[in-house]
Each structure stands twice: as C-alpha cells, then as structure tokens.
Design a binder for this molecule. Sequence first.
Ligand SMILES: Cc1cc2nc3c(=O)[nH]c(=O)nc-3n(C[C@H](O)[C@H](O)[C@H](O)COP(=O)(O)OP(=O)(O)OC[C@H]3O[C@@H](n4cnc5c(N)ncnc54)[C@H](O)[C@@H]3O)c2cc1C
Ligand code: FES
Length: 343
Amino acid sequence: VYKVQAEPFGESFPCDEDESILAAALRAGLFLRYGCKHGGCGTCKVSLVEGDVDVAASSYALSPAEREAGTVLVCQSYPADDCVIDVTAMDLDEEEFHRGDTSGEFTMRVETAHELASDIWQVTLVHEPGTRMPFVAGQFVNVEIPGASGVRSYSMANCPSADDRIELICKYLPGGLFSTFMTRPDVAGEQVRVAGPFGSMAVRLSHRDVVMVAGGSGLAPLLSMLRALARKGSERDITLFFGARSAAELYALDEIGKLLETMRGLTFVPVLAEPHEAWDGATGLVTDAIAAHRPSYSGTDAYLCGPPGMIAAATKILVSRGVREKNISFDAFVPTGDAKVSA
Ligand SMILES: Cc1cc2nc3c(=O)[nH]c(=O)nc-3n(C[C@H](O)[C@H](O)[C@H](O)COP(=O)(O)OP(=O)(O)OC[C@H]3O[C@@H](n4cnc5c(N)ncnc54)[C@H](O)[C@@H]3O)c2cc1C
Ligand code: FES
C-alpha cells in the first residue's frame, strides 16, 4: 500500500498497488473530478509532483506538452511509490474535495431515438417520476447498454433547466454497442442505467469573447451551453464553428437559427469539407475556417468538442492566434470500443 498526498489540501489516502489513484481517493471518501474512468475524457488530470506511477493506457486526453510537464490522469495512474499529486487544475474547493463523490446512478427510459442527420441520432432519456439529475451545461453521462458490459459517454445537449429528461446527440458507429442499441426499431420505452453528471467543461464566468468549435456530434455540449447562455440573456461575442463533411451531416440548424435571433453576439460558421451541392458557406477543414475568420483570437475563451484529431488541430491554430492554453476547454469524443472500463 502506498500513500498518496493530494495538494493543495494536504490530505493523504492509502492506495493499493493495483488500485488507481482515482479509485483510492473515492474509496477514502474524497472527491477528484472524473468522467469516463478509462483515460478518454481528460477530466481527471492532475500534476504528479513527487513519486512515480504506472500508467495503464496511453491517452489522447493528454497532449505531449502535458505529459512532459508531469500531468497524469488519476483514473489511469497506479502508484509505484508514495506520491504527491497537485489537484489545483481540477478547480475544486475544499468542501467539494471533502464531500466525496456526489454523482449518482439513475434508471431512465428511452423516450425517443431518431436520425437527425446522416449518422447523427438524437436520443431522449426520461427520469423516473420524482427523480432528477442536476447538471451544468457541458457535462456528460455514462450510459450502460442493456445486456452488455461497459458504459458509453454522451454529453447532454439540452438546457439543464429541463431536468426531467436529458437529450443526447449520438454519432452512429457501425457495430458500436450503444449505436446498435439506439437504432433498434423497438428502443423507445427501454430502460437504461445512467451515471453522472461528470466532466468539468462548463461556461466560465468571464467577459471574454468565446469561440466554440464542434465536429459532428461534438455540437451536443456546445448546444447545451448556448441554450443555457441564451436563457441567461448573454450578450457575449460568441463564434460557433461547426465542421461536417457534407450538408447531409449538419443538424440543429433550426435551433441555431432561433439562438441567432435571440443572441445578438452569436455568429455561426458551418464548414463543409466535401460540399456536394451548391454551398456558399465556408469549405475545407474547420481549422481553415478558424484561420480565415479572424487574424487574432487573443483574449478569447475556447470550447472544443468532437474527434480527437480535430481538437488537436483546432487547439494548435487557436494557440497560434493568441488563445491562452489555460482558456481552452475540450471534450475529445474518443471511441470506447473494446477499451477496458475500470470499476
Ligand atoms: C467525455 C466524452 C463525451 C462524449 N460525448 C459524446 C456525445 O455527446 N456524442 C457522441 O456521439 N459521442 C460522444 N462521445 C464519444 C462516445 O462515447 C464514443 O464514440 C462511444 O464509443 C460510442 O459508443 P458505441 O457503443 O456506439 O460504439 P463502441 O461500442 O464504443 O464502438 C466504437 C467502434 O467504432 C469504431 N470507430 C470509431 N470511429 C469510427 C468511425 N468514424 N467510423 C467507423 N467506426 C469507427 C471504433 O474503433 C470501435 O470499434 C464522448 C466521449 C467522451 C469521452
Ligand atoms: S476519468 Fe480519467 S480520463 Fe476520463
């Protein structure tokens, strides 16, 4: 058994050799932010200040610069020595840290599931009467697939105020477990176990301009954030880039149209990589559109969601155009596939 000390709280907890630091902290009744528990989401990043850890799986969620700087994912880190970790980046207050894990498990029912655009589905889940799951726009849930082991992560697309249900936007992956489940003709009415809410991506309280970059189903959490901002009457300058291959993959355009009417500061830039029909909008990669749109994004907060490759490329262009790395939040939609999901 090793000792792990979490700074800045100065709290130590025991961790078995074959136990992740995250599992040990939660077992000790402490809270560290987490989401997927399999190295996919990056929510559980901390700095390893002293000691050594074995890492279970390499992850897209850490950039080479972060690895170099000693950032580790606690869900994937097993102590090889007594360790000191600094959890400042999780932005936890003392009370939250000592309160333990407050995310919950819920039984929900599939209300509707239908195709919104090519290979993009909208799935609505409803809580049992009297149950709710307060969440912050930008967070996600882990859904268990009936009859299968493991969970799949999906971000809420709806506004948190509609708290009797959650709306998910799911990319159809051929042969994928949840993909197969949601496309079953008789899926409406099925019960699923849902755990959450998880994740630390949320609109920061600031007056800075905002740039949002979505690829495919990555629009989901950004739509939730925009809906929440619209409800608050936000007048912030927000530019939403939405990348897709063709017009057939674009969706939620009516909803975005309504947001454009109510949010004076909102600009929408859909970008098609392979426009087949007449299209007078931006073309190419979403990164080309970001570069063409403004010479500088200095002083901007950025929120990025979608495939890991798009996130890496968008981060690079935004940083080169003046966005500070600490002002970039992202959720990389890493496919779970056969990845081991730790308990
Ligand atoms: C924090 C977080 C939030 C997420 N939120 C969302 C969300 O809101 N919406 C969403 O759609 N996804 C989201 N994802 C990603 C989603 O969880 C995964 O894509 C998940 O694996 C899908 O589950 P599945 O059961 O359909 O497929 P799985 O059973 O996981 O199987 C996926 C299989 O498809 C293969 N595959 C991967 N990409 C492709 C491709 N482009 N074409 C064909 N095959 C492919 C993989 O190799 C794998 O074998 C999120 C992920 C994270 C970490
Ligand atoms: S909880 Fe560790 S990477 Fe998702």
